[in-house]
Design a protein around this ligand. Structure first.
Ligand code: GMT
Length: 378
């Protein structure tokens, strides 16, 4: 099948999922066309099965806001025609499903019918989408898609609760390539970060307010009082400075390393003992799953789709959003006993296997085939 994929190409779960999906589909024989404003961060390999088409927005002084949706829909029309793309898979309702719908209408004028599969990732629904201003556009985009998927049961429920949805929503969870996380011990350079006497705690995100970075610093502050430890914060974002300031205020700056963005998170996770994800909301928590695949237990909030990934008392612990004391106690509980830590690590790794891409990607393939068949029979 020839498939066009539209996503946010930046660091972030949705872009990662879309990119890994495209790469795996290409391995399975499909021809994949990424259509975005930048080459996706994890898309380092282009081949005869993997193509990248950049969307540019021509500058024009009259435009106060550059019309990205317009540029994207025009590009989609051109690429569908040029490469005979059979189906568009867009990640995020706005603006991608919205732009894809416009492209679909334009293509219909030329007698080309292109089905659209929309995947909802969370922020479009729980944060942006629920803003009343965007509600009509989000509902419209979802209802006009030929097939819709959500990355967790929780996100599906949120979408049905917040919007007037007439379409069926299929849950196809996020996934990871389990193989990628099977590193050998010699690859893992733990000594670079901390001596063996210290535990390594990690957080990876775009450091937006929804991630509650200050909670992470406070949890770590409590933990390091009981257990020698280092905290690694990987990513860039608006709350980084606040977090650095809090570390200084608490006198723990020498124990907290801010890494910036990284494309090699498996190499960072391989020496981590614990992952923190106290988010305000999280449709799935791909970062937690990536940690678990590396055998890292997770201390998280119990919000959104996280409980579908992190199992309380087995792969880590869940707490109410903002319950820093409970999260700190749970972290200390796991880290304070080597046998217990080893058991949690093993459980986390085993749990991640159910999200292996070899199990999940065929679900997308099946949905594509059904959607294509349905649209051909119209
Ligand atoms: O979490 C973010 O800030 C990034 C965001 C994105 O759009 O990439 O992540 C969302 O999609 C991921 C992939 O499906 C999910 O794993 C994240 O939970 C979700 N983030 C939120 O719901 C806040």
């Amino acid at each position: 099948m020839r498939i066009g994929i539209v996503c946010y190409p930046t660091f972030g779960g949705s872009g990662v999922v879309a990119t890994e999906l495209g790469l795996e589909l290409a391995k399975r024989g499909h021809e994949i066309h990424f259509i975005t404003y930048n080459q996706p961060v994890r898309l380092d390999l282009l081949s005869n099965k993997v193509h990248y088409h950049e969307v540019t927005v021509p500058e024009y002084p009259l435009f106060h806001y550059q019309p990205y949706e317009l540029a994207l829909s025009s590009k989609l029309v051109d690429m569908v025609k040029l490469h005979k793309i059979e189906l568009l898979h867009v990640h995020y309702a706005i603006p991608h499903a919205y732009a894809a719908y416009m492209a679909k209408q334009m293509l219909l004028e030329d007698g080309i019918h292109i089905p659209i599969v929309t995947t909802l990732h969370g922020t479009d629904i729980t944060l942006v989408g629920s803003h009343p201003f965007y509600k009509p556009a989000v509902s419209f985009s979802i209802n006009k898609s030929d097939a819709v998927t959500a990355v967790s049961e929780s996100l599906k429920e949120d979408t049905l609760r917040l919007f007037d949805i007439k379409n069926e929503i299929n849950v196809i969870t996020n996934f990871i390539d389990v193989e990628k996380y099977k590193f050998s011990f010699t690859d893992c350079q733990r000594g670079m970060i901390a001596p063996d006497t210290e535990k390594i705690i990690t957080h990876i995100s775009n450091l937006r307010p929804v991630k509650r970075i200050l909670d992470i610093i406070k949890i770590f502050y409590n933990v390091q009082k009981e257990i020698p430890a280092k905290l690694m914060v990987v990513g860039e974002g608006p709350d980084k400075e606040k977090a650095e300031a809090l570390c200084q205020q608490l006198g723990i700056s020498d124990k907290v390393v801010f890494f910036g963005r990284s494309n090699e998170i498996d190499k960072i996770l391989c020496f981590s003992d614990l992952f923190l994800l106290p988010s305000e909301t999280e449709s799935f928590g791909l970062a937690a799953l990536e940690a678990m695949a590396s055998g890292v237990p997770v201390i998280s909030s119990n919000t959104g789709g996280i409980p579908e990934v992190n199992i309380n008392g087995i792969t880590g612990f869940l707490s109410d959003v903002g319950d820093i004391e409970h999260m700190s106690q749970n972290a200390i509980f796991i880290l304070s006993d080597e046998g217990r830590l080893a058991q949690f690590k093993q459980n986390a790794k085993e749990r991640s296997y159910i999200f292996d891409l070899h199990k999940i990607v065929p679900q997308y393939e099946k949905l594509y085939e059904e959607t294509l068949q349905k649209s051909l029979s119209v």
